[in-house]
Design a protein around this ligand. Sequence first.
Ligand code: UT7
Length: 326
Amino acid sequence: MNSRVRSVVTGVGGCLPPNIVSNSDLAQTVDTTDEWIIERTGIHSRRRAGDEQATSDLAVEAARVALAKAGRTASDVDLIIVATTTPDLTFPATATIVQRKLGAPPGIAFDVQAVCSGFVYALAVADSFVVRGLGKCALVIGAETMSRLMDWTDRGTCILFGDGAGAVVLEPRTGEGTTADRGILGFSLRADGTKQDLLYVDGGPSTTGTVGKLRMQGNQVFRHAVVNISEAVLAAIAIAEVSMAEVDWFIPHQANQRILEGVAKRLGIDGNRVISTVADHANTSAASIPLALSVGIEDGRIQPGQLLLLEAMGGGLTWGAVVLRL
Ligand code: UT7
C-alpha cells in the first residue's frame, strides 16, 4: 500500500444556547401536544438562541472547544468552512465573521449552503482542501439559528427545529493508505433540484428581498429521507472500501427519531450503534451531526480509532454521507 495524506478529525466541540424550549412551551402558542410531538418525532425539547446571539456566536463557541480538544489555538487556523443556512448577514460569509471573532489570522474562509446536509458537504469540501495542502489546521463548523426561519403559526414545522453549533478541527496526517488510517476514507454527495418545493424558505435577497420562512411538505421529505439516503450511504461505504459491519457508530442528521430508525433499519445497523440527540436538540440543520458527534465523544461512547458513518438530507433536496476513522 502507498502512504496517503488523510484529513483527520483532531478535535470536536459543540455549543447549545442555554434557553430550553419544551414541547409544552410550544403547545401554549400552536395547536399541538407534547404527546404528538414525541410520538411523531422523538423530540422533547430544543434550544433557542437569544436575540443577541448570532449564528457566528454559536459557531465561535463550538470552534473554541474543538480547537482546545485538538491542542490548537486560533492562531493555527488557516481554513474555516461554515455550513449554515442561517448566516448572520447575506454577506460576508459567516466563516469570515467567525475568523474575525476567533482572532484567526488571514487564511481561507467561506460558507457552504446545503441546508441540513451542509456539514456533510462542508467536510467533503474541506477534505479536498486539506489533502492538497490547502489547510494545515481547518475548522469545519455547522452552525444554525433555525428559530429565525420559523413560521411560529405553522405547527408542522415550528416544533421540529432548534439552534446550535458543532465544529471539528481537521488536520492532514500521512497514513498507510489502508482503511486502518485515521481520517476521511470516503464520501458521497447528492442533489436533486427538482424537489425544491418539498423544503425551502420563501424569501431571499434576489426574489422577495426578505429573509422568508421555512416551508415543508414534511411527509414527502420523510419518505425521500428514508428511501434515498441508503443509496448514498452505500456509495460512501463502497468508496471508503469498508463494510457496514465494520462501522462502529452511525451518526445521522438529527431530523426525526423515526427517520433515524428507518434508515438504520434499512442499512442493517443495530439501534445501539446509532447516536441520537434529536430528543434534546431537535433538528439543528447543519449543526446536528457535529453536535451529535461531540455528545458521543464527551459521554465516552465514541472512541479514537473507531469507524464513523455520517449521513444527512435536507433542502435542495441535498443528501450525502461521509465515512471516517476518528
Ligand atoms: O432535515 C430534513 C428536514 N426535515 C425532515 O426531515 C422532517 C421530515 N418530516 C417529518 O419529520 C414528519 O413528516 C413530521 C413530523 C413533520 C410530520 O409527521 P407525519 O407523521 O408525516 O404527519 P403528517 O404531516 O402526515 O400530518 C399528519 C397530521 C395532519 O393532520 P390531518 O391532516 O391528518 O388532520 C397534520 O395537520 O398531523 C397534523 N400535525 C400535527 N398535529 C399536532 C402536523 N403537525 C402537528 C403538530 N401537532 N405539531
